[in-house]
Design a protein around this ligand. Sequence first.
Ligand SMILES: Cc1cc2nc3c(=O)[nH]c(=O)nc-3n(C[C@H](O)[C@H](O)[C@H](O)COP(=O)(O)OP(=O)(O)OC[C@H]3O[C@@H](n4cnc5c(N)ncnc54)[C@H](O)[C@@H]3O)c2cc1C
Length: 547
Amino acid sequence: MESRLHISGDTHDVFNQASPFSNRNLYDNDIPLRELLSPKIGTIASRLSELGKTLSQPEWIKKGFQANENTPVFHSHNRFGQRTDTIEFHPAYHELMALAITNEIHAYPWTHPNEKHRHFVRMGMFYMHSQNEAGTGCPISMTFACIPAISKTPKIAKEWLPRILGNQYDPNNMVFSEKKGLTIGMAMTEKQGGTDVRANTTQAVDMGNGCYELTGHKWFCSAPMSDAFLTLAQTDEGLTCFLVPRWKPDGTKNNIHIQRIKNKLGNKSNASAEIEYRKAFAEILGEKGRGVPTIIEMVGLTRYDCMIGSSALMRRAVSEVIHHISQRKVMGRLLLEQPLMQNVVADMCLESEAALVMTARAAQCLESEDDIAEQLLMRLLMPVGKYWICKRAMQLAGEAMECWGGNGYVEESILPRIYREVPVNSIWEGSGNVQCLDILRALGKHPDILAVFFSEMDKAKGMNSIFDKYLRKLKIEIPHTLHQPFLARRLAEQLAKGFQAAQLLLADKSLVADAFCEARLKHQGLQFGNLPDGIFTEKIIQRHHMG
Ligand SMILES: Cc1cc2nc3c(=O)[nH]c(=O)nc-3n(C[C@H](O)[C@H](O)[C@H](O)COP(=O)(O)OP(=O)(O)OC[C@H]3O[C@@H](n4cnc5c(N)ncnc54)[C@H](O)[C@@H]3O)c2cc1C
């Protein structure tokens, strides 16, 4: 009798469950994003709106799930015993990659060099794409970020850039010259040191014809199906940057052996491999012995992308939470209307928007290549932003699951995926401490950098008394911490919160900016939901509600 009832499904009505979050255009319905970008990017907004619509559709949301549930499979050999070193991805992964590349998320600022707000356009697209599926962001980001390094060597740039910058996704495993589109990876980290790349032991032997052979291992090499890897290896003149193609120019397979792919906490759709170079063919990028300066710009841009990626994941979590609490009743009342939940969620909204404006300010710096002050600002903003936004995303992702209650802990919601995804942005491309130490390095190396950072914050002076007080105190305190690694996290946090407050004030969003100043510069609770009395929580939540 019991099983018959189950089969017929007529034991109970299902009610008080939220609908799936879909068909909310990730551009049109996102007020903070739209307000930030639309005045700048003009008619190109329609392009973002189109992408935002696509990504919001249930079939594209499903592809994100499929790509993560059907993780990449490594094939070392074919059935004839020949080494192949291939990675098999679910079709959804390829579709997500194709969507990103046809929209030029990997290339837009480079293919539209004369467009004033090219980095804003790309930031907006990457922000939306990462909300749906973050794993594809890794190869997209590395491909975007490799351009300055590859451009340093005209011969290689001439051969490779046209296909890297094109908008065709081509997953075929063949020599680069026969492909319609190329993606690029990065192989720096070795077993004995990731942060300390100078400890790399991979050796490069000069073949005397302008080419080198590399022998060694790389402990983390993400997106190992990429068409080439920017690699650091030792030469007689020290650490040097090389381009190591997957196939040699003569059309034979290069000697790159994938050992295995890592079983990771999250970032499941993306393959991260351990690889060995066994006399692998390579060409020098940049100057011999100047490997770190050559690759550093790529690293910088991927760090910036971590800011976008973590801001995006926070945005998605917040959108899902607001959608849920707008429909879910507990004790007969919508969660959205319950004061304590309002406090928690409005606080998360503040964090999400603060991350967005900070990231957008970084995009603006990138657009001013010839402006020394902007470049100095970016030099400091990058480690400050990467550290802080990636850290905050981890806390926010956990809280978002809790807002959903039990359903939030279950894989069918996107929240566990986000929760598992966020730590990677904090770890790779230089982990938290490394970013904080980089802040000290930047401050030590460029005497003007602090003045530039403060002059940016000074623009917001007089707009909020809490901010003014915080800034005054910061200016007194900071010089005492400049040479103290022990205090570097504290320094990073102080700079980040002050900078975010300034950007919110400058964006003229007093609703959010004043609340942020109260919550982050004055009261400073450790958990979300610590907003003091008098904050317009309902209005803040409404602003972030995707409809
Ligand atoms: C999923 C994933 C994918 C990756 N993909 C790639 C890739 O494609 N290519 C690539 O080259 N690398 C890749 N990495 C490697 C990643 O960049 C490194 O793991 C990271 O830079 C840290 O290096 P490590 O693991 O050697 O840790 P370590 O260098 O041993 O650092 C360990 C910890 O010590 C801290 N630390 C370091 N120095 C100091 C100090 N002086 N004072 C205080 N604390 C310090 C660090 O912040 C870190 O928290 C990937 C990593 C992950 C997790």
